[in-house]
Design a protein around this ligand. Sequence first.
Ligand code: NAP
Length: 286
Amino acid sequence: MQTLNGTALAKKIKSVLAIEIEYLVNKYRRSPKLCIIMAGDDPANSSYVKSKKKSCNEIGILCDLNILPYATSQQELLTLIDSLNQNTEVDGILVQLPLPKHIDQNVVLQSIDYKKDVDGLHPMNTGLLNSSTDALIPCTPKGILSLLKAEGVSITGKHCVIIGRSNLVGKPMAQLMLRENASVTVCHSKTRDLPYLTRQGEILIIAIGHPNLVNAEMLKEGAVVIDVGINSVEGKLVGDIYNSIDVNNIEKKAAAISPVPGGVGPMTIASLLENVVEIYKKRMCD
Ligand code: NAP
């Protein structure tokens, strides 16, 4: 069974980006800049934003972290986003989700200038993804597609089954796979007979957030499996399937699987960096 090594590919992408950024900064005399906004002090979120900042800094992207108190009002958040929208030195804006419960996430995401929307979650980018190729693509699906392509997985004509229909992962993933000429089935918590559908997946993408829901019996022989899940079990980071209790049988049946950690996670960050550079280049050429 092949392991789809996201860590290695992300490292390669980052070193290519670093060279490109050095060239672009010499040419345009300004570094690309990302602003991350986080409200509250959730430890998992804090560690995600810190690792995003570290990755930016490693390759020459400036990164401002705006960590706001949990009690920040929606209006305060919107005012900050408005100032970042206007700021010509800022290329990308990322609002770390989830936001505190008293804040309407949709209102906040829609307030970001869609041309600076590095996460690709603004309805304008969602619409562009559905209708053309010129969209900012959400980082996790974009990273998964890069990983599949880099590992030589052919997609055209394949049946891709996706478990999960979130705006962040499942829905944009389905659009991307359609664009790559796969036939796509999207499953969710109300899907009847999930195993019947997953057993048809030549490419199976699992983005649920519950370990051990999918076992070897639910896989098609020779499937390429992408594990998006991040779960903490007894203090250990596990995926939705990669290190599940049925791991030995899964490894015998699947042709390839992305590990957790070291699969989709690093590719998500690499795609974020790619999106920042893509926006920067567009803005400098406009
Ligand atoms: P989400 O918004 O909670 O969506 C989970 C999806 O799973 C929903 O569509 C839900 O269906 C479906 N689901 C839940 N229980 C199910 C069941 N028993 N059978 C079938 N479908 C079921 O989560 P998300 O944001 O997409 O993230 C999913 C996982 O990926 C999480 O573990 C998250 O931490 C991880 N993640 C990882 C990365 C990374 O970079 N590695 C990035 C993003 C997310 P309904 O729609 O019917 O509720």
